[in-house]
Design a protein. Structure first.
Length: 218
């Protein structure tokens, strides 16, 4: 799938790529509606009916990923609620083996995530994945989500990379389209970002079910 001789930088998403998206899916689809219902005197079904369109309208915008935004809008301590569920944060299978192999292959390893810094900090504290990376970037530092071309332009200004020799792995097809449009040549999707869900059928990009399919040669 990848000729590793032509790769100098590896950009990796976090949620749904390195970490099991089950945490975030359960948090936003079940736990937040439950606590919102308790806070506002609603049934869980009523809370979900109210929250679903509000979440939907922010998709693809930086607000969707901003914990401060949702704390303000929902009158809930979103950071505190995430900490309550931190035991569900989990690394996907074969991720650390892949990270080890990329380090040994002497490729530059960069984490590029839409996660809010407070969520990013919690997840790195739980998983200790930060030790693998040469650099870590949250899109909140740039003012654009990864779905926006402005993110990639801003990233390239402080993280010089050859788009022809960069590999990006991400579970978001929208992000992969934006990266490809910017010029990143090697883009790979993740078929199974949530361990509790079946693999997705992805036709636009090369895709992996887990990182064993993408290992650099030893």
């Amino acid at each position: 799938m990848i000729d590793w001789r032509n790769i100098s930088s590896v950009f990796l998403d976090m949620d749904g790529t390195l970490l099991d998206l089950n945490f975030d899916n359960h948090f936003w689809l079940e736990f937040v509606p439950l606590r919102y219902a308790e806070r506002h005197g609603l049934s869980v079904a009523e809370a979900k009916a109210e929250l679903t369109p509000r979440f939907k309208e922010t998709e693809g915008r930086l607000e969707w990923y901003c914990l401060d935004y949702w704390t303000d809008r929902l009158c809930l301590d979103i950071v505190g609620l995430k900490a309550e569920l931190a035991g569900l944060i989990a690394i996907l299978p074969h991720v650390t083996d892949f990270l080890d192999a990329v380090r040994k292959a002497e490729k530059r390893l960069v984490l590029v995530t839409n996660a809010h810094p407070k969520s990013l900090g919690l997840k790195l504290e739980r998983t200790c994945l930060h030790g693998f990376f040469d650099e870590i970037f949250s899109s909140h530092a740039f003012g654009f989500p990864k779905e926006h071309p402005g993110f990639w332009k801003a990233l390239s200004a402080i993280e010089p990379f050859s788009a022809d020799k960069t590999l990006l792995v991400d579970d978001s097809v929208t992000v992969l389209h934006a990266a490809r449009q910017f010029g990143i040549r090697h883009v790979v999707a993740v078929k199974k970002p949530d361990s509790r869900q079946p693999p997705r059928n992805i036709v636009e990009f090369d895709a992996i079910e887990d990182f064993r399919e993408l290992m650099p040669p030893s």
